[in-house]
Each structure stands twice: as C-alpha cells, then as structure tokens.
Design a protein around this ligand. Structure first.
Ligand SMILES: C[S@@+](CC[C@H](N)C(=O)[O-])C[C@H]1O[C@@H](n2cnc3c(N)ncnc32)[C@H](O)[C@@H]1O
Length: 302
C-alpha cells in the first residue's frame, strides 16, 4: 500500500495508548522484542525517530513525556507493522549510513552491510601511502556505496563503478549526487569482461554475489524477501565465478603497486585465495569484527 493509501487510514484504530513518546517506545518493545531482541528494537527506534522527526538519541532519551502529531504517529504505526513483516529498517526509512555517507536503498539494491563498511575502512587505511595510480575500480557496485566512500575519501581519484543492473545504477547515480561526488557508473557484466574497464587501476575492489544457492535455507526472511537475488546468489557448482572474473580483470588492469580487495564467502576463503594465486597474486585473508574471514586483499607477486 502506498503512503497516501496508508495515510487515509482511520487513525483511531491505532493501538498506541497515546501520542506520547513513552507509549510508542513501549508498544514497539512489547510487539518486537520477541522477534528481534530489545537491543535491536532500541536501535530501530533511534533510527525511526531520527528519520521521521530529526531527533538524535539524546533528544529521544529526554523527551519521553512529549507527544507527537497524529500524522507522525501513523508513520510509527506503519513502521511497526512493517517490522513485524521483517521489512528491513533501511527500506522503511529509505537509507543507511555507510562509511560516513548516507546511501539511499530500494528493493533494487543490496542494503550495504557493516562488514562491507569495515572492509572499506580497512581499504582506506592501506591507501594512505602515496599511490602511483589514483584510479579506482569498483566491480558489482549496487547502491554505489563503496565507490562513493572511496571518492569522498580521495576526492582527486578517478573512480569507475560497474554493475549489470540498470535499476541499481540509477540509485547509485542518485547516491553519488546526494553525496556531492562524481563517479563514472558503467552498465557492464563482470562475468563478460566488464564493459567500461580500461587502463590501469591502483585499486580494484568488489563485493560480488557470493552466497551459494544451497545457503538460502540458512538466511533470514528479511534478506531473502527484500534484497535482490541478483545481488546475492551464485550457483553451487560454480560459487567462485565472480572471483575468477575479477582476478582476470585485475591481472590485465592492476597497476604494479596496486591492490585488489574483495569481500568473500566466509566458508570459501581458501578457495578464493587459490583463484588469485592461480593468476599470480599473493592473497591474504582478513577477518571481520565477528572474527569471520570476510575479505581478501591481493597484490601482484613481484
Ligand atoms: C553483493 S551486491 C554488492 C553491492 C554493493 N557493492 C555493496 O557492497 O553493498 C552485488 C552486486 O553485483 C551485481 N551483479 C550481479 N551480477 C553481476 C554481473 N554479472 N556483472 C556486474 N554486476 C553484477 C548486482 O546487481 C549487485 O548490485
């Protein structure tokens, strides 16, 4: 149902005890703690109050006795209903924060993940030494989050980002504009040689699809129902197809002192390294904040 249709709803039917902030918080915790845990519901509430009312956490903490408008109350009502249906909070508010950039999301793009944020922060830390080639390439860019974060951190860099999905690229372009950066977005198939890739790059980065079809059964409903399948899944009989393609592209287009950084399936770290070794790279596995193998960096062997 669109927002207008939703707005037409009879607000007397809302189950909140009153328009008071304290009662909104209570109903969210009563109805959602069993599903998500109280800590996560607290995070949702922080995000919703910021998105709907522009309140930061301190304002929320100190405003429990305040009342809000009926139209705002209706938005909380629908957010509660959506969360009960496992709709991701980022789709409810329309954005997420990634490496200090606000990134809009829709069902056409993967919601950027904290592990990817961590990988990009690590990547930025290794790029701080002088680079001979300030040209960066982001393969499988989706919302554009990685390319945009790189360009923000290195304004002088020439950043190209490739994705096969025109719908994703439309959002990525909007995100670049919203963040005030210029990135060259190219529609291309990474498995087919990657249109738009040319010359040498100091960094080739990618978070490609890497979840095996057989791993679907272990995934949460809010991922399966709301993230695009194109962004996630690879066939069980060839789960490393993107890494082979990326290693081949890197072999032809990585500057001598350049780095490749790719997010990986935690169950396939060794196999992913083998793909890069076969192309003459010296890959290293890095763990994320949960202690899981999460990304591989690789430079060309001297
Ligand atoms: C895991 S998502 C990553 C999105 C974003 N880089 C991030 O980290 O949040 C993978 C992306 O790969 C794109 N993709 C899938 N198949 C592709 C292909 N053959 N060539 C290029 N991009 C592809 C999907 O459209 C999706 O945007």
């Amino acid at each position: 149902m669109g927002l207008m249709g939703r707005m037409g709803m009879n607000t007397r039917n809302l189950r909140f005890r009153s328009n008071r902030v304290r009662d909104i918080l209570s109903l969210f915790h009563e109805e959602l703690d069993g599903m998500y845990g109280s800590g996560e519901v607290g995070v949702f509430l922080d995000m919703l109050f910021e998105a709907f009312l522009g309140w930061d956490k301190v304002r929320l903490l100190t405003s429990r006795e305040q009342t809000i408008d009926q139209s705002d109350l209706l938005r909380f009502h629908w957010a509660l209903e959506d969360l009960k249906r496992h709709r991701p909070i980022q789709h409810i508010i329309g954005y997420t924060d990634f490496c200090g950039c606000r990134i809009e999301v829709s069902p056409d793009v993967l919601i950027p993940r904290p592990e990817t944020d961590e990988m990009v922060n690590w990547t930025l830390s290794i790029l701080s030494s002088p680079l001979s080639t300030l040209r960066f390439l982001d393969l499988c860019t989706g919302s554009g989050c990685i390319a945009i974060a790189l360009k923000k951190a290195f304004p002088a860099a020439d950043v190209t980002a490739v994705d096969v999905s025109p719908e994703a690229l439309e959002i990525a372009r909007q995100n670049a504009q919203n963040n005030g950066v210029e990135v060259r977005f190219v529609e291309g198939d990474v498995l087919g040689g990657a249109n738009g890739v040319n010359g040498q790059y100091g960094l080739i980065v990618s978070n490609p699809p890497y979840v095996r079809d057989s791993e679907r059964a272990q995934m949460a409903a809010n991922v399966l129902d709301y993230d695009p399948a194109l962004a996630l899944f690879v066939p069980d009989d060839d789960p490393l197809r993107f890494y082979r393609a990326i290693a081949t592209i890197a072999k032809g287009h990585l500057a001598d002192d350049g780095q490749v950084v790719v997010e990986i399936n935690e169950a396939l770290a060794e196999e992913t390294c083998a793909v890069f070794k076969a192309q003459g790279f010296n890959p290293k596995v890095h763990e994320d904040f949960r202690g899981k193998p999460r990304w591989v960096s690789a430079a060309l062997n001297p």
